[in-house]
Design a protein around this ligand. Sequence first.
Ligand code: NAP
Length: 462
Amino acid sequence: MEAIIEIGYLLATLSFILGLKFMSSPKNAKTGNLIAAIGMVMAVVLTFVAGYTETVPYTNLIIMLAAIAIGTIVGKRLSDKVEMTGMPQLVSLFNATGGGCAMLLGLVEANPMHLQETELTSQILLIAGLITGAIAFTGSIIAERKLAGKVKDYRTMGVVFSARILLLLMILLPVIYFFGLLPIGFAPFVFALAGLAMIYGVLFVLPIGGADMPVVISLLNSITGIATAFTGLVYGNKVMIAGGIFVGAAGIFLTLLMCTAMNRSLMKVLAGKFKKSTGAVSEEDQEIKEISVSETALALSFAQKVAVIPGYGLAVAQAQHTCAQMQQLLEKRDCTVDYIIHPVAGRMPGHMNVLLAEANVDYSRLKEMDEGNEVMSQYDVVLVIGANDVVNPAAENNPDSPVYGMPIIRSHEAKQVIVMKRGMSKGYAGVVNDLFEMDNCSLLFGDAKISLQEIINQLKLI
Ligand code: NAP
């Protein structure tokens, strides 16, 4: 039986690796998700079987099975119900449950009934898993609440200072305890640490800007992975260790990739800092050209090559299906339509890919930023739909701009650029967009979905 379980664990681990590999391309991401999910089911079943002995009371089995059933039903319902724009919140909520599990396992294992078997190494690992799990648990809940707009940024010296003191305590207290200088038992000590770590999770996330939450969620995801790996080490469970390491590594890589694509250091994101704009014009002072729906439709009807650059506004307007309809209509008129995707367009990694996949846009039509930039001058019309920061030429031309250094899609190099947005609001980085004043750029004001529908209506008449 032991050999079957070991082979099963190996297969589950392989499925995680294969799943991650597949998830690196939007085309195979669904398959990757399915493979990894099968591996996870296998890991859960095998762990259940491995831990079963005749001495396990039936009531325990019933409680565990009931917990799995409730978790599955609630998870499925939440996933079915969630809007695409609410995805980062859901990821954060699921992440909180992962962190919470790691914390609870630590608390259960600190129970005096288990203590006589617990060696020093296990105690250290248990504390590491418990602290990281507790931070991920409360941190993820606050991140979810902030994304939902229910909790505001709270950046005061008091919060930042208290968070630093707590962090120091969480590092120092275990050292003092293991040197025998704290006269309390292991269980109460572990419970106290869990309390401190939960408060730290709250104070750690509270000061960070609401719009930076996707980066923080990715970081918290990584912390949950690390907590799982520590807990796996306590139990000697190989698949838990491997799964935790994969999540931890993938989370930290994603965090760093997002920071690179935004040209901001992780420290600045965590401190909630944006470089201040110096002497820039305000959006009201910008000299812009407006374009009407019929003029846009006319420009598109004459174009042979069109590029769509989607951004956060496409998600807000839920305009992906209407956009795909416009694409089909243009293609019927022998026009080539490409989508150029910036790695941090929207508010979560792969946001635009997910939206376009939902609208059944063929993957072959999607170009990555560099690929699109190479052929930008060939496009007759570029439609920027609800994107702002990711097309701001100030990132390349203005060293004083807060977005300077961020890689952008060079839509301004196309023959004509039409930016679809509702008003003159700034994007996430809060800076004025130099693109709007360029000679080849015009702005089509209105909700993206409504404007696209009107363009379709006009195109049908031309
Ligand atoms: P953006 O810079 O935030 O701009 C979004 C634009 O959409 C705004 O100009 C807004 O203008 C417009 N808009 C909003 N609702 C609209 C609607 N219903 N119809 C039409 N337009 C609408 O978006 P982005 O260019 O996609 O850039 C993403 C930003 O988020 C980057 O700065 C990136 O660093 C940051 N970020 C991304 C991630 C990620 O993982 N993707 C994570 C964290 C941060 P109006 O209000 O005037 O309409």
